[in-house]
Write a new protein. Structure first.
Length: 355
């Protein structure tokens, strides 16, 4: 089996971060989402991975390399524009050959893994096997309608009146039969080749299509609030590790990771939390569910339930919570004794300040 990992989306829901970095490289517990995805692929025993990339391909390749450090062999497949999930199957045809493959969306995180579902697919080899998850509002997803024995009866993309609450999440298993289906369908009303329509074509042609329910933790990290929730989930699994410097005036409480080269000075860090390599935390309070990236500076501040990306600075801020701070960003006071806020705000940014 091979894997096709999709990392070419533009990430409009994660603006302004996605203006300057691929959304698949947003860190969860100080590790890019795409790395979590590749580790999930590796757990299936897959070693050959095609990664679909858009105009941010060089940035993704700089992080993933040839895949050898993950025990994988990566082939990068460029896509000129987001044209639908089925389109990625089409442009990856030479890479996929006549092998079975798993297609994995590069911004979906399933930390509990799909090893059991992969084994079901390998055993029965239906033309397609989708992974479904019960959601409260399925209108934003592809929706699977199942028969009394769990067989797939119908797939509908983003229905306004869904007949099921089972959403297709970001993992699909296919035999080579999917290629004929992709060639047979036309672009949808939104101009994309929909994978749901390709699978529906298989169904209408009498092919065996199965669904497996995933009951573990799942998150589509396409929005800031979901990134923060996912980060909290991963931090809950931390084991305490202190490789950096913690001075005598500092206190670490609970499951805290202080990476090599980090310095904690006259501060309190409450876990679960990660302090990245080269970061300095001085005279500050870092609360639970916080990830601070590499080479950051946190001075005279208090933050919790937040993520600070690499080289961010937070100075003199005592109430930062549920925040995502970008690379090289500065959050702090002016030091001029003023009683007003001074902001530089980019497109699609949300800023919340105390009344």
């Amino acid at each position: 089996m091979k894997a096709l990992v999709l990392a070419g989306g533009s990430g409009t829901r994660l603006r302004p971060f996605s203006y300057s970095m691929p959304k698949q490289l947003i860190p969860i517990a100080n590790k890019p989402v795409l790395v979590h995805v590749l580790q999930g692929v590796r757990d299936l025993g897959v070693t050959e991975v095609g990664v679909i990339v858009g105009d941010r391909g060089p940035e993704i390749e700089a992080v993933l390399g040839d895949g050898s450090r993950f025990g994988l062999r990566i082939t990068y497949i460029p896509q000129d524009a987001p044209r639908g999930l089925a389109h990625t199957v089409s442009i990856a045809r030479d890479f996929l050959g006549n092998d079975d493959f798993v297609m994995y969306l590069g911004d979906n995180v399933l930390p509990d893994g799909v090893v059991g579902i992969a084994e079901e697919f390998t055993t029965h080899r239906p033309a397609a096997q989708v992974v479904v998850y019960k959601v409260p509002d399925p209108r934003s997803f592809g929706v699977a309608e199942l028969g009394p024995d769990g067989e797939v009866l119908r797939l509908v993309e983003k229905p306004q009146e869904p007949r099921s609450d089972l959403a297709l999440i970001g993992v699909y298993f296919f035999t080579p039969a999917i290629h004929e289906a992709v060639e047979a369908i036309e672009p949808s009303a939104r101009g994309e080749l929909e994978i749901t329509e390709a699978i529906q074509w298989l169904l209408s042609s009498g092919a065996d299509v199965r669904a497996s329910r995933y009951d573990g933790y799942w998150k589509d990290t396409g929005k800031v609030e979901d990134v923060l929730k996912c980060n909290s989930h991963f931090l809950d699994g931390l084991s305490r590790r202190v490789d950096g410097h913690v001075d005598a005036g500092s206190v670490l409480v609970g499951q805290v990771v202080v990476e090599a080269g980090a310095r904690i000075l006259r501060s309190r860090v409450e876990g679960p939390a990660i302090i990245g390599t080269g970061t300095v935390v001085e005279e500050s309070h870092v609360g639970p569910y916080t990830s601070i990236g590499r080479d950051c500076l946190v001075i005279d501040s208090r933050l919790e339930s937040s993520i600070a990306l690499d080289e961010a600075s937070v100075t003199g801020v005592h109430g930062l919570r549920d925040s995502l701070i970008g690379r090289n960003a500065f959050v702090g006071t002016t030091g001029r004794g003023t009683d007003h806020h001074c902001l530089v705000v980019g497109d699609h940014t949300r800023v919340e300040v105390a009344a």
